[in-house]
Design a protein around this ligand. Sequence first.
Ligand code: AMP
Ligand code: FE
Ligand code: FE
Ligand code: ZN
Length: 274
Amino acid sequence: MIKLVYMSADLHIHSSFSDGTETPTQIVQKSKAAGLEIISITDHDTIAGIPEAFAAAQGTGVEVIPAVELSTELDKSELHIIGYFIDQKNGELLSLLKKRQNGRRERIYKIFNLLKNIGIEIDPKEAFDLAGHESAGRPHVARVLIKNGIAANIKDAFRNYLTPGKPAYVPHFVLHPKEAIETIKKSGGCSVLAHPAVSNRDDLIPELIGYGLCGIEVYYTSHREEQIKHYIQVAKKYGLHITGGSDYHGENSGREIKLGDFKFDKALVEELKK
Ligand code: AMP
Ligand code: FE
Ligand code: FE
Ligand code: ZN
């Protein structure tokens, strides 16, 4: 039997409800134009953009899978966990997200305080206004620094101010992957380890599986051919589902990629659904 491969899925996209620059409606429209059939909005710490994505997808033939991306920390490494097929009404998930969003808001104030300490005085309100919500992140701060003539571009802002060891770096409050994965599980979702080659901590995968990890993002914009081959083997070894995503953040986000440049086999999403 011939197995048909439809390269038409992208399960990792950020909207303006977190740190992307485009609305869920714009993302769905661009996905349709780019030939994507299955997409996921994977905003950081929020599911608020999903209803708009569902509404925009009506009648377009684009399927939207509800999801959320959580930054967790284990053994001093940042591990991003994406929950797919989550129940958007689940109380425990909502309360975890609320906690994360409050943490993000406090963190923005701390970042601007640190900037003030080094003589850069900017009202944190600028970041919240730019984001259009209170769950802002470092990319919003980076854009505010550019607007105020402090940084030349996003990369520059991260490199000089916002990364570990730099004067305005503030980590997230620590979320253990156990809590993230168990909460996603309780909401009926499947937890996937995002961009494993970026975190580069294969040694922690068995522990994550112990907490209930069910998949791994093998296909990813910055994953090289040999890394993809390696993570296919890892997935096989542990019986993990294989997913893929672009991590698109919009066209003016400081990242080069366009929606539709990255696509993976939608048959793998059917596997995930089961
Ligand atoms: P936060 O969740 O607020 O810590 O911000 C993390 C987000 O910042 C990531 O999801 C990326 O969108 C973005 N990001 C992280 N590092 C960089 C970088 N070096 N240059 C540009 N964007 C970055
Ligand atoms: Fe992001
Ligand atoms: Fe991530
Ligand atoms: Zn992401």
